[in-house]
Each structure stands twice: as C-alpha cells, then as structure tokens.
Design a protein around this ligand. Structure first.
Ligand code: AMP
Length: 415
C-alpha cells in the first residue's frame, strides 16, 4: 500500500509517501517514496518536494489552505516529473495517516478516522488549542480531496504515554481538577519515543517485556520518557508540551509561582506570560541569541559567548537530572537513547550530558560518540558499560504509515 503521511500545522504541511503493508512491516522493508514540506500556507507558500533518490525541488506557490497544499502534493506525486514509481493517479494513494497532537485520555491507540473520532479529536481542542485545530483542518481537507473511498487514520502524540500509572500522571493539585477538567500529565512526542524503543529492540534483539530504557527526544521541542517493560511509565512533558526539559524557546520546568510574579513585575497578562514561557524562553531566552543549538555551539566556540555557554549548560544539566530521576523511578535501566535533531547530531551535547552518570555505570566512548552523527545509529558507550547509550535517529512517519496499515487492515495494535 502507498500511505500518505501528513503532519498539518497551522500554516504548514509536512508529508511523506511510504510504501508499506503487513508483509513489509514484518520484513522491515517499507520504502520511502517521497517527502516534502509546504510552509507559509495562506500566502505565497514555500514548497520543497523530494522523491526518493533525487534532489529536492524548491518552488513557491500561492496556496490558500491545507486543501490546496494537499492537492499540490498530489498533482506533483502523480506527475511524470516527480519520478515516483507506481504513483500515476490519486487512486495509487491507498490510505492517509495523520499525526494528531492530542488524543486526551480517549485515544490510547491509533484509529481509523470516522465522524465520531473526529468529534473526539475536537473534544481535545481545549487541551491543545494551537495544534488540534490544525490537525483537524488537515483531516477535513484530506477527506475532501480523497473522498470516502480512501481510509484515513489518526496517530496521536499522546497515545504511547497512556500507560503512565496514576501516580506519574496526576499532579498534586485538588483532585477535582482532574475529574472536572482532566488536568493531568499526558506527554507528547509519543510516536518518536515509541519508534526509538522499537528500533532499540531491533538493534539489540531485546524482547519488549525486557525493554527498560530512557529515551530522549532532543530537538527544538524536547522530552524524556521512562520506558519500563516496553511501556511508557513517565515522561517529562505534561498537560501541554511546556513542561520538562529546556527547549529551543520553551522554559520547561519552572516554579509555577514565577508566572504571577513576572505578570505583576512586568505588567503582563497571564496569556502574555504563557507566550513568554513558550516562545521567548529556553535556549533563546537564556542566550538572548537563538533557539538553534547548532548556532549556539558555534557562538560558544567562535566567540566564547558566556550566555550561549550558559544556555547549553542549563540544557544539558536538565537532561542529566531527568535521566537520574527516571533511573530512580524505574529502579535502573539498560540504556539511554538519544534522538531528535540535537540528540542525533551533536556529539558535543551528548558528551556534556553524560558526565555525572558514571556512578550508574554509563561509560561514554569518545570515538563512538563522535562517529554517531548525520543519521548514523548505534552504541556510543564502551563495551561492558553497565548503562549503555545509543543514538537512534527517530522516524515518526514510518510508525504513522505502519499504524495506518494496521488500522486499515483491522490488525490489533501493540505499542
Ligand atoms: P528537530 O526539531 O528535531 O529538527 O531539531 C532541531 C534542533 O537540532 C535545532 O536546535 C538544531 O540546531 C539542532 N541540530 C541539528 N543539527 C545539529 C548539529 N549538527 N549540532 C547541533 N545541533 C544540531
């Protein structure tokens, strides 16, 4: 089956076209056919399209909405110039898989999208007011473009973390706030943490029930997950993706009293403070320079910028603290896995996170660490290290495509 994987944001659509089916999943022979991004939808959009093995094609086009973007992707995919084998018409796209950010407590697995499911995703808008409406817009647009004959599936960022025990997902707030408004930890990046855990099992031959690992998704958004016996038992993001690690523009954990304090001192509304915590904090807030780790590292090296260094230090320190707390929460683990743009590419950041974990038996191998960049995957600790560390490039799109196949075929899922 050819599966179109869509990740629809408020003004962007990212997609991949993946050839897969139940047999190919079993043999791990899924095939990436094409990928691309369309940004600044609503005006003159910036379009990047790439079929497998070819150079990316860049262009601009006036695109009104997600529907126009999906139509453009399809026109390109079906054209001679795309160079994608086996895609000649819309009928060659057999199903669509959507990344959906918030599935609340209702969606514990990926599902085929029905009207009722769509209402369920709408019910979660309160919990993800920026993301779920955009995801719903993408689903509605794809339904219009493909019609009822093409099945669509929703794959939720939150679903993998629905195995958290209540002592991990409940905040120490008045309990009725959970009962009335479902205020609790949901966690995000679930598909990434799930992929990394799956891939770790493949690399090591470990059974699911014996998979005790800490996964670190370190990108522009960052989160950690404690995975015990294959299940997520804790994760750093909470009700929203603001909690936990230091991120590109998000503060991560802070004392909640800071919010009112800043509001009073700076004369800001609570909404403005929320924006400050989401958009002006984290790496960019501390450094005053950039949210981009690569640029920060360059500033630290080339200009010896003190605040760039500080931002990197605070970032790494917070990750190390989470590793320590999850080791305690899990009663020890076998491996720590690095993923996401920073985790996959920066040997330097990994090397700054690990010191202090030797007492737990993590012995970083400098040469292996330096070699695992640019999409390489593998071990970065010494042989015999009691706590291993790996770099595993994440691949959420692959899991979305596979979940879509399983949903369409009615095969039971096991995360
Ligand atoms: P993501 O959101 O997963 O795409 O990750 C984006 C983050 O990864 C940004 O902060 C980038 O600066 C960072 N990143 C990508 N490549 C590198 C690299 N070679 N070294 C350090 N950070 C990198």
């Amino acid at each position: 089956m050819n599966i179109l994987v869509l990740n629809c944001g408020s003004s962007s659509v990212k997609f991949q076209l993946i050839g897969t089916d139940l047999e190919r999943i079993a043999q791990n022979t899924d095939e990436r056919l094409a990928r691309g991004t369309i940004e600044r939808i609503g005006g003159e959009a910036i379009v990047t399209l790439q079929s497998n093995g070819r150079e990316p094609q860049r262009s601009t086009a006036p695109l009104r909405d997600a529907r126009a973007a999906i139509e453009l992707i399809l026109r390109w995919a079906c054209s001679e110039t795309s160079g994608i084998d086996g895609i000649k018409s819309v009928a060659d796209v057999h199903a669509v898989g959507h990344r959906v950010v918030h599935g609340g407590e209702r969606f514990t697995y990926s599902v085929v999208i029905t009207d009722e499911v769509l209402r369920g995703i709408e019910d979660c808008i309160d919990l993800a007011p920026l993301h779920n409406p955009a995801n719903i817009g993408g689903i509605t647009a794809a339904r219009e473009v493909f019609g009822p004959g093409v099945a669509q599936a929703a794959v939720f960022d939150t679903a993998f973390h629905q195995t958290l025990p209540d002592h991990a997902y409940l905040y120490a707030l008045p309990y009725q706030l959970y009962r009335r408004h479902r205020v609790r930890r949901y966690g995000f990046h679930g598909t990434s943490h799930r992929y990394v855990a799956y891939r770790y099992r493949q690399l090591t031959g470990m059974a699911r029930e014996k998979t005790n690992i800490i996964t670190l998704h370190l990108g522009n958004g960052c989160s950690a997950a404690a995975i015990r016996a294959g299940d997520s038992i804790d994760t750093s993001m909470g009700l929203t993706p603001l909690e936990g690690l230091v991120m590109g523009t998000r503060s991560g954990d802070i004392d909640p009293a800071i919010i009112d304090f800043i509001a009073a001192k700076e004369g800001l509304s609570s909404r403005e403070v929320e924006t400050l915590l989401n958009k002006q904090s984290g790496l960019i807030g501390i450094s005053g320079l950039t949210n981009d780790m690569r640029e920060l590292l360059a500033e630290a090296h080339e200009n010896d910028d003190r605040r760039a260094r500080l931002a990197i230090e605070i970032f790494c320190y917070r990750v190390r603290k989470y590793i320590g707390s999850y080791l305690a929460a899990m009663g020890g683990a076998d491996a720590v896995i690095f993923a996401g743009g920073i985790g996959e590419n920066s040997a330097e950041v990994r090397a700054s996170i690990c010191p202090g974990l030797e007492w737990m038996g993590l012995e970083l191998d400098a040469e292996r660490n330096a070699a695992q960049i640019d999409g390489h995957e593998g071990l970065i600790t010494r042989d015999g290290s009691r706590l291993a560390a790996y770099v595993i490039p994440t691949d959420e799109e692959l899991l979305i495509a596979r979940d879509t196949v399983r949903c369409v075929r009615g095969v039971p899922q096991r995360f």
